[in-house]
Design a protein around this ligand. Structure first.
Ligand SMILES: Cc1cc2nc3c(=O)[nH]c(=O)nc-3n(C[C@H](O)[C@H](O)[C@H](O)COP(=O)(O)O)c2cc1C
Length: 324
């Protein structure tokens, strides 16, 4: 997730068993072949040596797939080749990004308006990397409406995508609930490649519903994994044992955020680290009252040590609603 999930975040989210693979923030491809430093910035795991046999991977060995976003087949092919040369183990193509700037330049979800163009993009990347590594794609259900949802999915498959993630909303629906998981099911039954369900999975219950309505074996977590960093382990634990993990506590959240800060402050100024912490806490607060209270108490703080101290203090008093 662009601007949110970097290598440190991937590391922390994969320390406990849960995720099968992770994806980088997108590398924006416009017209030229990008220099290696751009790929290393998005995917420093290309350089790591934790698991030489599994590179690039998080320190616990969970594979990291590299994502490209672009529309020009030649530029995508040149950069796919570059990524392969630098050690990418899988390339994911982003046809879901709703950002206006990206869409104005014909990237992300704007490709959903023209399945033929989407096909050419996937085909170009697949031809560039051949049988060396898989190419996968991520789509939404359409740009303004769902009329081309199936055509886009079929175009990705015809272009050579080995797997398709479907975010169950159109671009115009943004991130507004609900996610239309049943639509993913309609696509899944018409494709022969694996289809992965994505969108609005915040809890174990959502996971069950998304799987039931889509019929997909696998799901992809986005904001839900930030809101509850133990969501993937929670799902995995249930799959393995049939039992529920206890809800994530504030002290687990505070330890994770403190570990994140310790990693980030090695390379970033303290003020930037505070912004990143607020960003993550903001994702947590939507689904967790204690995180909401902490966010409220800490949102004006700019000093990193004060912020970290606040994370680890006893809970502030709850805000009374409706009292004078
Ligand atoms: C801040 C933000 C950044 C995102 N960046 C990316 C990205 O770089 N690549 C991508 O495929 N999806 C990206 N997404 C979309 C998510 O991966 C996911 O498809 C979407 O949020 C729906 O799933 P969710 O409801 O589980 O979050 C981003 C979403 C958000 C909110």
């Amino acid at each position: 997730m662009e601007g949110v999930i970097d290598a440190h975040c991937r590391d922390l989210l994969t320390r406990e068993a849960g995720f099968d693979w992770t994806v980088t923030e997108f590398v924006r491809v416009v017209d030229a072949r990008l220099p290696p430093r751009v790929f290393y910035k998005h995917c420093p795991e290309l350089l790591n040596n934790h698991h030489p046999e599994l590179q690039p991977a998080t320190p616990t060995g969970i594979p990291v797939h590299l994502q490209l976003l672009g529309s020009d087949p030649d530029a995508l092919a040149a950069n796919a080749h570059q990524a392969l040369r630098l050690g990418a183990i899988s390339l994911d193509l982003n046809f879901g990004c709703p950002a206006k700037l990206v869409n104005r330049h014909d990237g992300g979800a704007s490709m959903l308006r023209d399945p033929e163009r989407l096909y050419r993009a996937v085909d170009a990347v697949q031809s560039a990397v051949g049988d060396h590594i898989p190419v996968t794609a991520k789509i939404r259900l359409g740009f303004s409406d769902r009329r081309l949802a199936l055509a886009c999915a079929q175009a990705a498959e015809a272009g050579g995508a080995a797997q398709l993630v479907v975010h169950a909303r159109t671009r115009d629906e943004g991130y507004r609930p609900p996610a239309h998981w049943e639509w993913i099911g309609r696509i899944r039954t018409r494709l022969s490649i694996p289809v992965v369900a994505n969108g609005d999975i915040w809890s174990l219950e959502d996971y069950w519903k998304a799987r039931t309505l889509s019929g997909c074996r696998d799901v992809m977590l986005g904001r839900g994994a930030l809101a509850d960093p133990w969501l993937a382990p929670r799902i995995r634990h249930w799959q393995r044992t049939g039992h529920r993990l206890a809800p994530t506590t504030w002290s687990q959240r505070a330890s994770l955020l403190s570990a994140y800060a310790a990693m980030q402050r090695n390379t970033l100024p303290d003020k930037v680290v505070v912004s990143l912490l607020k960003q993550w806490l903001n994702h947590m607060r939507a689904r967790n009252p204690e995180a909401a209270q902490r966010f409220q108490a800490l949102r004006r703080i700019t000093d990193l040590n004060t912020f970290l101290g606040g994370l680890n203090q006893p809970a502030p008093p709850a805000i009374a609603v409706g009292q004078p």
